[in-house]
Design a protein around this ligand. Structure first.
Ligand code: AMP
Length: 292
């Protein structure tokens, strides 16, 4: 199948102790408990036998990838993610495949999905939200400096490391680009107006999504949520931004959100300015780690 022939095995190893020419196979790993289940396969805790390095092994079934016609997307995801090095971006150490499956060797995020944490707490306090938003702004700055636009920043795509640091985990919709893009993608609630309209977009789409995320962290729901898709579209296009009275959120937080959720993409607060915004400066833990 195409995936097997067109993706060459990544030669980087999870540990420097390993041979750089190493070609991975399943027998290099001890497989542990299942960590979760995705649309195309399962994720397991695993240990690379020679280095003892603990990783998350994502097992994807080729038949399912083919049926859903996402081989191309996976190839792009692997190509992009394997070259990124940032504390708030989940590492992809390598990949290999056999006849029926593709395996991704991923950094293990011990504290799991941020989405589940948000569901548990309903919404985050301002210190926690600001710490995550600052970390993500730094990760996005790094991505943009590498000409990568993520295009799908949302709680479901974020994992939490052992220390409590947030990590961008899913690069399925990301693009490596020097040009403006017109492709339609992403989840409705997080789509910026220019992508709702399928018009040209650039790295500023990620600032919009960060604004949506900041709102959802603080209020527990995304800002343009509606029962019908068509109403969400309409609310996004109008930037129908409302701040409920409960939970109580500071006016500086609302100011930052309002400056990121701007219809004209070129007028959104640049990520460097997001990091300098008083709400971030006053609330974010400089270590990027939220301690409850
Ligand atoms: P996915 O197929 O990426 O949606 O992954 C399915 C589930 O496995 C996720 O929702 C997480 O709970 C878990 N998971 C995926 N990747 C990791 C990882 N690197 N570290 C820890 N848990 C993970």
């Amino acid at each position: 199948m195409a995936i097997a022939t067109e993706i060459h095995q990544e030669e980087k190893s999870p540990s420097k102790a390993c041979n750089a020419e190493k070609r991975w196979t399943l027998s290099d790993f001890d497989i542990g408990k299942p960590l979760g289940r995705g649309k195309f396969g399962h994720v397991y805790l695993a240990r690379e036998k020679r280095s003892n390095h603990v990783v998350a092994l994502k097992v994807l079934f080729k038949t399912q990838l083919k049926q859903s016609q996402v081989e191309h997307q996976l190839r792009r995801e692997v190509e992009i993610q394997s070259h990124l090095r940032h504390p708030n971006i989940l590492r992809l150490y390598g990949y290999f495949y056999d006849q029926s499956r593709v395996y991704l060797i991923l950094e293990y995020a011990a504290k799991g999905e941020l989405y589940k944490e948000l569901q548990k707490c309903k919404y985050f306090n301002e210190r926690r939200a600001a710490t995550y938003i600052a970390s993500l702004a730094r990760a996005l700055l790094y991505l943009h400096s590498k000409h990568v636009i993520h295009r799908d920043i949302k709680p479901e795509n974020l994992l939490v490391g052992l220390q409590g640091e947030v990590k961008i985990a899913d690069f399925g919709w990301s693009v490596h680009t020097f040009n403006r893009r017109r492709t339609m993608c992403g989840t409705l609630d997080y789509l910026p107006p220019e992508m709702v309209e399928s018009s040209e977009h650039d790295a500023n789409v990620d600032i919009w999504s960060l604004g949506v995320l900041c709102y959802e962290f603080l209020y527990g729901v995304p800002p343009f949520e509606a029962k019908e898709h068509s109403d969400t579209y309409r609310r996004i296009l109008k930037v129908d931004l409302r701040f409920p009275l409960k939970p109580v959120v500071s006016s500086t937080a609302k100011d930052l959100i309002s400056q990121m959720l701007v219809k004209d993409a070129s007028q959104r607060l640049p990520l460097v300015k997001v990091l300098e915004h008083p709400w971030i400066v006053q609330n974010a833990d400089p270590s990027g780690i939220y301690r409850s």
